[in-house]
Design a protein around this ligand. Sequence first.
Ligand code: SF4
Length: 92
Amino acid sequence: MLNFDLEQEDWMLEGECANTDSDIFFPVGSSMKAMKKVNAAKLICAECPVINECLDYAIRTNQDSGIWGGTTEDERKSIRRHYRKTGLVVNH
Ligand code: SF4
C-alpha cells in the first residue's frame, strides 16, 4: 500500500492500492493532471474491499494528505467537522 511510516494494520494488506503506484493517491495541487489522479484513485477505492476501514483509519489518525477511503483531504475535513458537530468521536 503506502510507502511511508504508518502504523501497519491488517486491513492495509487487502487494499486495492497495495499493488498500485501510490503516486496517484497523493496528487499535488489542483491542476488537471492532479485531478485526473484524484479520479483514478477514487475509482480504485470504489472497488476496494476495505474502503470503510481505510476511511475510518484516515479520520482517526488525521491523515491530512492523499486519497484515503475514496476521499480527498478536503472531504475528510468536512467529515471531521460533521462528526464534531454531531458529537461523534473522531479520535480514539
Ligand atoms: S480505500 Fe483506497 S486508499 Fe484505502 S486501501 Fe482501499 S484502495 Fe487503498
